[in-house]
Write a protein that binds this ligand. Sequence first.
Ligand SMILES: Cc1cc2nc3c(=O)[nH]c(=O)nc-3n(C[C@H](O)[C@H](O)[C@H](O)COP(=O)(O)O)c2cc1C
Length: 215
Amino acid sequence: MYDKILTSLSYGMFALGAKGESYPNACIVNTVIQISSYPMTVAVSVNHSNYTNECIKKSGYFTVSVFSENTSGAVIGALGFNSGRDGNKLNNVKHKILTEGAPVIQENICCWFLCRVVNAVETVTHTIFIAEPVAGSETIKGVPMTYDFYRQVIKGKSPKFAPTYLPEKEEEVQKYTCAICKYEYGDSLVPFEELPESWICPICGAPKSVFRKSE
Ligand SMILES: Cc1cc2nc3c(=O)[nH]c(=O)nc-3n(C[C@H](O)[C@H](O)[C@H](O)COP(=O)(O)O)c2cc1C
């Protein structure tokens, strides 16, 4: 299915930083892309449940720290699997704080840049922040870490809120069947329970409420 095909896409590995309520926050993302050169524009996809999403919306700025192959997996562990809502994740990660309140990681990164948000597009689960880089490091040091390197060399995993998350075992995904046309929903990255109430069966157009748990 499409979710398997999409594992062939290539990405980088980044820390996405923003000013938090009481302390700076950062999470791991693999979804930073360049949209255009003139004007210079980038985009990043951030799950609605991630505290970083709220921090970016409130402050209007975010930093991107581009990881190198020498960036420790421990930094990814510290920032990518816990929420800044539960405490300052940067306590044990070397960083500096910019005047906009956003942190830049200082543990063997390739480079960094600061972005000002110019637009935000909402999807069912993620916000796509579109932004213009307004400052950044002068040089690039080392080899940028790719998502593939993270998976194949560091043997890292992706947690639930990463766009590239795939459940380990397919049978863990509860499937739901349309009572009208028998279409079965269940192989998407979005669990049935998280679909909006306005969602309709893609085959017969029946409302979400007629779906029943598959046996
Ligand atoms: C390899 C990797 C890639 C990730 N990519 C993304 C991403 O692109 N977007 C996203 O919203 N979360 C992504 N995550 C998940 C967040 O980093 C994670 O949910 C984090 O705990 C959020 O922290 P926060 O609540 O402090 O924002 C990724 C995590 C890992 C380990």
